[in-house]
Design a protein around this ligand. Structure first.
Ligand SMILES: [Zn+2]
Length: 141
């Protein structure tokens, strides 16, 4: 298990809002509890990151609804896809399924980045080859 698996526990995520002096109170829509229930943990007083998709959102306004903000910024998040609304409690069996989904999601994101990088290199190599071919200096790999 990864080190940050502990943040799959909403109570642990809630603590991060207190530790970072979250600027919104319990009276606001984006209270620490609502943020934690929506999958977020705090990284500063006004910036939160989703434990499941690593989406980072800042400049929260008092009437923002964390679940809706989360869904609008990343509807592909495994946590958003798993629950129809913020869960009041996360069962161990669900936490384990979500941890699996989170790891698959993160690996998929990394692979997508790698594919994009490889495609960039491929394009550069192709352009270089074409330029040299036109000059009659193309070499095989
Ligand atoms: Zn997410």
């Amino acid at each position: 298990m990864t080190v940050d698996y502990i943040l799959s526990n909403p109570a642990k995520r809630l603590l991060t809002f207190k530790d970072n002096n979250w600027i919104h109170s319990d009276l606001n829509s984006c209270s620490p509890l609502a943020m934690a229930k929506a999958g977020f943990f705090a990284v500063s007083k006004d910036c939160a990151v989703c434990h499941y998709c690593k989406k980072e959102l800042d400049f929260w306004e008092a009437n923002d609804i964390p679940w809706e903000e989360h869904k609008s910024h990343n509807s592909e998040c495994p946590f958003i896809k798993y629950y129809a609304s913020p869960p009041d409690q996360v069962l161990v069996v669900d936490a384990l399924k979500l941890e699996r989904d989170r790891l698959v999601y993160m690996m998929t994101q990394e692979h997508k980045k790698t594919v994009v990088e490889l495609e960039k290199h491929q394009e550069v190599a192709k352009n270089t080859f074409e330029t040299k071919r036109k000059r009659g200096r193309a070499r095989k790999f």
